[in-house]
Design a protein around this ligand. Sequence first.
Ligand SMILES: [Zn+2]
Length: 280
Amino acid sequence: MQIVTKKAIRYGIIILIFILLGLSYIAFHYFQGIPVLNYHQINNKDHNTLTLSSTEFEAQINYLYQEGYTGISPDQLADYLQSGKKLPPKPILITLDDGYKDNYQVAYPILQKYHFTATIFVITDFVNNYGKYLTWNQIREMSDNGVSFEAHTLSHISLPKASDEEIRNQLVKSKEAIEWRLGKKVDYLAYPGGEYDQRVIGLAKEAGYRAAFTVNFGRDRINSTLYTLNRIPIFGGQSHTFFRFWLRLNFTQTINALQNLKAYLLKEGNTSIAGLIYIP
Ligand SMILES: [Zn+2]
């Protein structure tokens, strides 16, 4: 009896996955939302889950170029989400978090080669201070050439664990530092580690941010909440294959649905069935 039930559940899940694939195909074509890619380090030295090699990064950017994507700024995204302001065809927002020096040395020339702009969320206390991170000169040069620089706090602390006072300090001072150095307004925040809660959101609004980015997997739509914007993380996997990038970009909804299904099954204690669901 138990075996029959287990088999039935297994078939049920497989059928469900096919239904999800079909639905997400429809969803992709009609309500696809705007993709915001999220990278960290791009170099050939570090082999960790935050790092992509230069060849891998170039393959992905070249794909976006071949497919006719247009790089947009966070202002363009926010204008679209808030008031439906028209975007160029196939818009995509490319973001890099933390402000690593390799963003200037490796990613920036590749982005320029394919005529893409990007947004870098910098940890302002790390700028000019640690070898791995950008200098203000590098930031200024990229900013002059169309790269947007936005805030990722002063020192990358876990915001939900900090006091109101500390959060205010982290959010306001980092914003001011970039504005002062570049003479441009800073309106966007990426939560360190993607961590936030209602209190953090309230303080981000109070600090004058127009919108904030998480690392929650998904695309952004007109009715998206501006302070919990989704992104498509291109990190965190065992390896960063092109196929994984391609799946995450083109089947965002399917992967999202699978993630939710897996989380639900785990919550219900169906660990063995949840284990069958592979999330690319
Ligand atoms: Zn970060």
